[in-house]
Unconditional design. Structure first.
Length: 763
C-alpha cells in the first residue's frame, strides 16, 4: 500500500502544489517554513479530516490548517492498495458563525465509481482509526515519536482478533449479554421469550374466542386503501422528481463540459502564444550575452581611448632630430641674432648719416666753415666749394640709403627665420628651439614604449571589431540588422528581450493557473473528454423533464432533489405500514372467519420460541469463547510487540540496546547495567530510536505485510548519523513498504543516495 501523489489545492500556506511519491523510501527535503509539516497534515486530512477540538488553549487543527483568507481547505490524494487505486477528494469550508461544510468523495480510478460513501477513508482503506494511525505510522516532529498508550492495547487486541478496531472483545461480550437479556432476563421476568410465551397463551386463548366483529376489519380495510393510494402518489412523485433531477444533472454536466472545452481553448491559445516566443530560445541567456558583450565593448573602447590619449600627449616622429638638425637650429638662432644686431646698427648709422647730411646741407653751416678753412679763399658759394658741398651731401645721402637697405635686408632675414619657427621674437625663437630639442629628447626616450602602445592599439581595434561583430550577431536574434548604430541596435534588442521575457513569464503564469482550474472539470470530462456527458445532455434537453430542468436554478434543483429523497425515503415506511395493516387485516379476517389462520400464527410463535431458546444457548457459548480468546491474546500481545521492537532497536544500535519491556500503556523500560530503567534515563536520540523501533514493530504486528505508508516529520533530527543510516536502510529494504521522510537537513538525502530503493524530493 502506498501514496502515489497528492495535490494540495489550498491547505494552510500551500496553494496549487502537486507532489509525486514513489514506492519505497522517499526523502522530502525543504528548509524551515517550506511546508513539510503542512504536507504531512494534508495526508492526515485526506484520510481522517481535521478536528475542530481545542486543548490547553491551543488552536484546533481546523484553525491551524484551513486558510484564514478563503476559509477553504481542499485537494486530493491518490493511494494504491493492492489491486485497487483510489482517489480521495476532500474539501472543508469553515465559516465564522456557521457549521463547517465538508465534501468527501472516494473514487475507484479503475472503474470510475464512487465508493466508500459515508465511510472514513483511513478506516476503509488502511483499516485503522485515526488514533491508531497517529500512534503507529504517523510520526510527528522532534520528540513526537512517543506512543500514546491510552486505549491502544484494547484497540490492537480488537484488530488482531476481529480485524476491526471498533469490534472490541469487551464490547462483543457486552453485546452478547445484552442480546441474552433481550431474549431472557436472568430471573425470567422479561425478554422476548417471555413475551413470546405470553403471545402463545394469547393466541391459544384467541382460538377459543368467538369471531371478532367486522368493525375492526372495516377500519383496516379503509387504512389499507388509504396507504395504497398514498404509496402510489409517493411512487409517482419519486419517479417524476428522479427523472427531473437526473435531467438537471445531465444538463449541468453538459454545460460544464462546454465550459471545460472553452477553458481548453484558452489553454491552447496561451500555449500557442508561449510557443511563439520559443524562436528566441533562452531569452534570459541571450539577453545576458548581449549585455555582457556590450559591457565588454565599453571596456575595450575605454582601453582604446586611454592608449590613444597616451600617444596624443607624447611626442611623435615629427619631433625627432638629427645632429644636423640641431646644428641648423643653432645656426638659425645665431643668424637671427646677427640679423637683428645688423639691422639695429644699420638703422643707427643710416640715421647718423641722414642727420649729418641735413647738417651739411644748411647754408653757412659746418660744411661751409670747413670748406673755408680747407680752401682758403674759396667759399661755399664758389664753384669748387659748391661741387665739394654737393659731393659730400651726395656721399652722405648714399651712405644713409645704403645702411637703410642693409637694415631692411637684415630685418627681412630675421623675419624669415622667425616665420620659419613661428616665433614672435628672438627670445620666443630661442624657447621654441629649446622645446624642439627637449621634445626630440623625450621622443627618443619613449620610442620603444610608443611602438608597444601602437601595437596594443592595433590589437585593441581588432578586438573592438570582433566584439562589435559578435554583439550585432547576438542582437540580430531580437531585431533586424538594418540599424547601423550599434548602441541603438543593442538598446532596441534589449528592449525586445525584456518585453519577450516579461510576456513569457506572464503567459507561463496564466497557463499554469488555467491548467490548475482545468482540474475542476476532471469529474465531468472523463476518459472520453465529456462526449458521453454531452450526449446525455442532448438527450435530456429533448425530453419534457429536460425542458423543465433548463429552467431550474440550483435552489430549485435542490428542492427537487429533496422532494425525490422525501418520496424515496417515505416509501419504505409506507410499505411497512401497509404490510402491517395487511397482516393485521388478514389476522382479523382469520380470527373472524377462519380460526386456522390463528392456529398457523400460534405454530409460528411456538417455533419462534424454540428458535429464541436455541439462540440463547448459542449466545452463552459464544460469550464464554470470546472471554477465553481475549485472555489468551492479552497474554501474548505485548511480548510479541516487544520482541519485534527489540529486533529493530538492535539493528539500529549494533546490538547495544536490545532488552526492553512494554507496559499495558506502552511505557518502555530498558535493561541497563543489570537494572530496569525508564526510557527517560536515555538520551533524546536513543529515546527517539526506541520509540521509532516500537512504531515499526506495531506496524508489522498489526498489518502483516499490507502496511500503510510510514510518515516521518523531522523525526530523526536527534538521531546520530550511524543509527540514521541503519534506520533508512531498514525503511528502504521493506517489501511493499512506503516511507515518507520529511527533513530540513541534507543528511537524510545524502545517506539515501547509497540505497537502491530511494527517491529524493525537494519542496
Amino acid at each position: 500500500m502506498y501514496i502515489r501523489s497528492v495535490y494540495i489545492e489550498s491547505f494552510a500556506a500551500l496553494k496549487d502544489k502537486e507532489i509525486e511519491f514513489s514506492q519505497g523510501l522517499n526523502i522530502i527535503e525543504g528548509s524551515n517554513e517550506s511546508g513539510k509539516s503542512t504536507v504531512c497534515m494534508f495526508i492526515k486530512f485526506m484520510l481522517y479530516g481535521l478536528s475542530g477540538r481545542t486543548s490547553d488553549g491551543e488552536m484546533s487543527e481546523r484553525q491551524k490548517y484551513v486558510p484564514w483568507d478563503t476559509g477553504r481547505a481542499a485537494g486530493n490524494m491518490v493511494i494504491v492498495s493492492g489491486e485497487n487505486i483510489y482517489k480521495i477528494e476532500r474539501e472543508l469550508t469553515v465559516f465564522d458563525d456557521s457549521q463547517p461544510r465538508e465534501r468527501l468523495e472516494v473514487i475507484d480510478l479503475l472503474t470510475g465509481a464512487k465508493v466508500m460513501k459515508g465511510e472514513v477513508p483511513g478506516v476503509a482503506i488502511l483499516g485503522i482509526p485515526e488514533g491508531l494511525f497517529v500512534n503507529t505510522v504517523f510520526v510527528r516532529q522532534i520528540g513526537g515519536s512517543r506512543v500514546d498508550g491510552e486505549g491502544m492495547t484494547e484497540a490492537i487486541e480488537n484488530i488482531l482478533l476481529s480485524g476491526d478496531e471498533n469490534l472490541s472483545i469487551k464490547k462483543a461480550v457486552d453485546r452478547l449479554e445484552r442480546g441474552r437479556k433481550v431474549l431472557m432476563h436472568k430471573r425470567g421476568t422479561g425478554g422476548k421469550i417471555q413475551s413470546a410465551l405470553q403471545e402463545e397463551a394469547r393466541l391459544a386463548s384467541k382460538l377459543e374466542e368467538a369471531k371478532q366483529g367486522n368493525a375492526a376489519m372495516i377500519q383496516y380495510e379503509n387504512e389499507c386503501a388509504r396507504l395504497a393510494a398514498l404509496i402510489e402518489t409517493r411512487t409517482r412523485e419519486k419517479e417524476e422528481n428522479t427523472r427531473l433531477y437526473e435531467a438537471y444533472c445531465a444538463i449541468e454536466n453538459g454545460r460544464k463540459v462546454l465550459e471545460a472545452r472553452e477553458h481548453q481553448e484558452k489553454i491552447d491559445d496561451l500555449s500557442l502564444d508561449l510557443a511563439s516566443l520559443e524562436k528566441y530560445g533562452n531569452i534570459s541567456e541571450k539577453a545576458g550575452r548581449i549585455s555582457a558583450l556590450s559591457e565588454r565593448l565599453s571596456a575595450v573602447e575605454n582601453n582604446l581611448k586611454g592608449l590613444r590619449r597616451f600617444l596624443g600627449d607624447a611626442p611623435d616622429a615629427r619631433d625627432s632630430l638629427t645632429g644636423e638638425d640641431r646644428a641648423l637650429f643653432e645656426k638659425d638662432v645665431n643668424k637671427a641674432k646677427k640679423a637683428k644686431k645688423g639691422a639695429i646698427v644699420s638703422i643707427v648709422l643710416a640715421i647718423a648719416f641722414a642727420v649729418l647730411t641735413a647738417v651739411l646741407s644748411v647754408p653757412g653751416g659746418v660744411l661751409d666753415l670747413l670748406l673755408l678753412v680747407l680752401l682758403y679763399d674759396n667759399t661755399a658759394d664758389s664753384p669748387v666749394g659748391l661741387y665739394v658741398k654737393i659731393g659730400a651731401v651726395a656721399v652722405l645721402s648714399l651712405l644713409a640709403v645704403a645702411f637703410i637697405a642693409f637694415a631692411i635686408v637684415n630685418r627681412t632675414k630675421l623675419s624669415r627665420i622667425l616665420k620659419k619657427y613661428s616665433a614672435k621674437n628672438i627670445p620666443d625663437l630661442d624657447d621654441i628651439v629649446k622645446e624642439k630639442i627637449a621634445r626630440a629628447a623625450v621622443y627618443e626616450k619613449l620610442s620603444d614604449e610608443r611602438k608597444s602602445r601602437e601595437a596594443d592599439i592595433s590589437a585593441c581595434e581588432r578586438e573592438r571589431e570582433g566584439v562589435i561583430s559578435s554583439l550585432r550577431e547576438a542582437a540580430r536574434v531580437f531585431v533586424d540588422d538594418d540599424i547601423k548604430d550599434t548602441d541603438i541596435l543593442v538598446s532596441e534588442a534589449l528592449d525586445v528581450a525584456r518585453d519577450a521575457m516579461r510576456k513569457k513569464e506572464e503567459l507561463t503564469a496564466a497557463l499554469g493557473m488555467a491548467k490548475g482550474e482545468m482540474r475542476l472539470f476532471a469529474d465531468v470530462l472523463g476518459a472520453d473528454n465529456g462526449e458521453a456527458a454531452l450526449r446525455r445532455m442532448n438527450d435530456a434537453v429533448n425530453t419534457d423533464e429536460g425542458k423543465r430542468a433548463e429552467e431550474l436554478d440550483r435552489k430549485s434543483a435542490a428542492l427537487v432533489k429533496n422532494k425525490m429523497a422525501f418520496a424515496q425515503n417515505s416509501l419504505p415506511a409506507l410499505l411497512s405500514q401497509k404490510g402491517e395493516a395487511d397482516a393485521t387485516l388478514a389476522r382479523l379476517r382469520a380470527s373472524t372467519e377462519d380460526s386456522s389462520v390463528i392456529a398457523t400464527q400460534l405454530d409460528y410463535t411456538r417455533r419462534e420460541i424454540a428458535q429464541m431458546k436455541r439462540s440463547l444457548n448459542a449466545i452463552e457459548a459464544a460469550k464464554n469463547a470470546l472471554e477465553k480468546a481475549g485472555e489468551g491474546l492479552k497474554s501474548s500481545l505485548m511480548p510479541r510487540i516487544a520482541k519485534e521492537a527489540e529486533k529493530n532497536l538492535g539493528g539500529f544500535t549494533d546490538g547495544k540496546y536490545r532488552n526492553l519491556s512494554l507496559g499495558s500503556d506502552f511505557s518502555v523500560e530498558m535493561l541497563l547495567d543489570g537494572r530496569r530503567r525508564e526510557i527517560s534515563y536515555m538520551s533524546a536520540g536513543t529515546a527517539d530510536a526506541v520509540y521509532i523501533s516500537l512504531r515499526l514493530a506495531l506496524a508489522k504486528v498489526l498489518f502483516s505485510g499490507n502496511t500503510p505508508p510510514l510518515v516521518f516529520d523531522e523525526s530523526f533530527a536527534r538521531v546520530d548519523e550511524k543509527r540514521l543510516s541503519e534506520m533508512l536502510s531498514m525503511l528502504s529494504a521493506g517489501e511493499d513498504l512506503q516511507s515518507l521522510v520529511f527533513t530540513c537537513r541534507t543528511l537524510e538525502g545524502e545517506l539515501s543516495e547509497k540505497l537502491a530503493a530511494s527517491n529524493k524530493i525537494t519542496l
